[in-house]
Ligand binder design. Structure first.
Ligand code: ADP
Length: 167
């Protein structure tokens, strides 16, 4: 059984095995969660991302996929970077958002992680409506291959949306 927790807070402060980053496909940093993780985690994370770009991920990380690096100075063991889909009014990209969660959990389990913290992937710059994102995210982690999944929500509004989607 996986324990699912919802907390209001900052994902860079979580003492968990894996922190999931809502990255962009370049893997070279961005705003929002991505910027905060690189700022607080220090240059080791960016160096590891550059190595990924120089190797297997020369074309960047495709939407929905996930890859791990060091967590640098964060109080976590690894960062798992995943790229959420940009919200579309004309196309249903829900499976890609579910894939972000499923693939991040798979990578975490392969590392031997027991606890994983997720941000509200795609709900910032990528404009996914939070009520919908919350439903998709919570459904995707239901049978997670780790002991603890913690959603770290940055605003009361986002927290409330996840709370509603859970009940
Ligand atoms: P995306 O590009 O996938 O939309 P963003 O980083 O822009 O990713 O936003 C995703 C969500 O993370 C938003 O709800 C945003 O408010 C939230 N967020 C931003 N900074 C943090 C942080 N330090 N910890 C947790 N959540 C954060």
């Amino acid at each position: 059984m996986t324990t699912i927790e919802l907390v209001l807070g900052d994902i860079t402060e979580q003492h968990v095995d894996v922190v999931v980053n809502a990255a962009n496909s370049s893997l070279l940093g961005g705003s929002g969660v991505d910027g905060a993780i690189h700022r607080r985690g220090g240059p080791e994370i960016l160096a590891a991302c550059r190595e990924l770009r120089a190797g297997h991920y020369g074309g960047g990380l495709p939407t929905g996929q996930a890859v791990a690096t060091t967590a640098g100075r964060l109080p976590a063991r690894w960062v798992v970077h995943t790229v959420g889909p940009v919200w579309s009014d004309t196309e249903d990209r829900s499976q890609l958002l579910a894939d972000c969660h499923l693939n991040s959990l798979r990578v975490a389990a392969e590392l031997g992680a027991a606890s994983v913290a997720f941000p509200a992937i795609s709900t910032g710059i990528y404009r996914w409506p939070v009520a919908s994102a919350a439903r998709i995210a919570l459904a995707a982690v239901r049978d997670a291959p780790v002991e603890l999944v913690r959603f770290v929500l940055f605003s009361q509004e986002t927290y409330d949306a996840y709370e509603r989607a859970r009940s």
